[in-house]
Design a protein around this ligand. Structure first.
Ligand code: FAD
Ligand code: SF4
Length: 457
């Protein structure tokens, strides 16, 4: 059994001090050697594990022939964000988990091969797409994150006039304002969005639906609507001290780092508190990104505070390992009780309690239970809260009849259709915070529903 080609990485001590990409990408030799490991299965399970059904053995077979142009064309048939997915998709729980080689050893590094093909195309100049013949029908897409962008691309390929409305001043959703530069360079997101624009998609930024126009007005102006508004409203713990100066939600902190370009200091002098001792509460990808960004902004010490044990950390394994290598401290089985006030409403520390794992809860994970008398204080000057998000309700203002559940998530059927006939929805706005590829998959399902609907009505 051959072993997987390792991903070349920036050295941990160097990368902890810069925002350049951590993973450097395969060389051509490595990419072909890794492609050679694929068995080109007749019944490829890997494809079943891909929410956008990329023809994985098909593009890998083309790579084996050094035919990288056709390989990227094969990927792009179903995935308009290949360079993004090749970097941030959790392949280990999707296509690679299903790869037949995973049963006996290491699966084919499908994500790294996808990234190689996309990067190789960018290096050599992207071939502009051919625009579809126009149908004369129009579709509004709300939100320029992975769900909205994918739906927009598929709807434009269907020949409809697509307009994307985005609340922020830039496109990409979480890809731009959330995931940091060292995991996903913004220039790559921009190039992938440019490709979608070349399909004929018109993008209007600084345009909040629910404020500038309502959903009901969009329904009057367009033949169909797709809602990909995400889940960008941060949750807080509801403990004392959360209003102090130096407490951030991870969303705000990362938006300041990414969207407002605090990572590019001193070119941009973004207002952000660069802490010396930073505590990040949470154990997901968002928490890892916030902790590693705080370190790169110059903190002396950054810790993750997580109430369960290492085995339950929801972040990608690769990101946990990268964070550890860079020196992030993991304070596991620890839960905050209150944030302590210093001078002038600033943060001076966080009081925590130790936890132990009890019985499994509804999600199958063992519930953390506080250990009596284990309260302790950790000095800190910045606290970042990364315990989850929920959908922003702004879209609901002026959207007569749009059904949401008790958590504010839009209710859709299997075709992605909401409670309003010509309005579909998908991505985090429907599922709650999930993954880039699941949002893209939902965008594809909804676009197919709208394409069918417009063809038949
Ligand atoms: P979003 O990306 O949130 O995009 C929604 C867009 O809609 C936003 O641009 C928003 O401004 C806009 N919008 C909202 N309301 C309105 C309105 N009323 N009018 C107009 N526009 C509106 N997933 C992975 O697979 N791998 C990772 O490594 C990973 N890391 C992550 C790291 C961070 C820090 C975060 C926050 C998330 C991460 N995720 C990761 C999750 C992933 O990014 C999301 O699941 C995905 O972006 C959801 O896509 P979406 O299109 O549904 O929503
Ligand atoms: Fe190749 Fe694995 Fe897919 Fe089989 S399951 S085609 S070996 S990537």
């Amino acid at each position: 059994m051959t072993v997987r080609e390792p991903m070349p990485l920036q050295d941990p001590s160097e990368r902890a001090q810069n925002f350049n990409e951590v993973a450097l990408g395969y060389s051509e030799e490595q990419a072909v050697a890794e492609a050679m490991r694929c068995l080109e299965c007749k019944n490829p399970k890997c494809v079943d594990g891909c929410p956008v059904n990329v023809d994985i053995p098909g593009f890998i077979a083309q790579m084996k022939e050094n035919n990288f142009d056709d390989a990227i064309a094969t990927i792009k048939l179903t995935n308009s964000l290949a360079a993004v997915c090749g970097r941030v998709c959790p392949q280990e729980t999707q296509c690679e988990q299903m790869c037949v080689l995973a049963k006996k050893g290491e699966p084919v590094a499908i994500g790294r091969l996808e990234r190689f093909c996309a990067d190789n195309e960018r290096k050599n100049g992207v071939t502009p797409p051919v625009r579809a013949e126009q149908t004369g029908r129009s579709v509004a897409v709300v939100g320029a994150g992975p769900a909205g962008l994918t739906a927009a691309a598929d709807l434009a390929r269907g020949g409809h006039a697509v307009t994307v409305f985005e609340a922020l001043h830039d496109t990409g959703g979480v890809l731009t304002y959330g995931i940091p530069e060292f995991r996903l360079p913004k220039s790559i997101v921009k190039e992938e969005v440019d490709y979608i624009k070349q399909l004929g998609v018109d993008v209007k930024v600084n345009y909040i639906i629910g404020k500038i126009k309502t959903l009901d007005q969009l329904r009057a102006d367009f033949d169909a609507v797709f809602l990909g508004t995400g889940a960008g409203l941060p949750k807080f713990m509801g403990i004392e001290g959360e209003n102090l100066n130096g407490v951030y939600s991870a969303n705000e902190f990362l938006a300041r780092v990414n969207l407002m370009k605090a990572y590019d200091f001193p070119v941009y002098d973004t207002p952000i508190k660069r802490g010396k001792r930073v505590m990040v509460v949470g154990g997901g990808n968002v928490a890892m990104d916030a902790a590693r960004s705080a370190l790169r902004l110059g903190a002396d010490e950054v810790s993750i505070i997580y109430r369960r044990s290492e085995a339950e950390l929801p972040a990608r394994r690769e990101e946990v390992e990268n964070a550890k290598e860079e020196g992030i401290i993991f304070r596991l089985l620890t839960n905050p009780v209150s944030i302590l006030e210093g001078d002038n409403m600033t943060v001076r520390g966080i009081e925590c309690v130790k936890m132990e794992l009890g019985e499994a809860d509804g999600s199958g994970r063992r519930s953390p239970v506080p250990v009596e008398g284990s309260e302790h204080i950790i000095d800190a000057d910045v606290i970042i809260i990364a315990i989850g998000t929920s959908p922003n309700p702004m879209i609901l203002s002026g959207s007569e009849g749009l059904e949401v559940d008790s958590r504010g998530l839009m209710v859709v059927d299997d075709s992605g259709t909401t409670s309003i006939g010509n309005v579909c929805a998908g991505g985090d706005a429907v599922t709650g915070a999930a993954t880039v590829i699941s949002a893209m998959g939902a965008g594809k399902v909804a676009a197919s529903t709208i394409n069918d609907h417009l063809e038949n009505n």
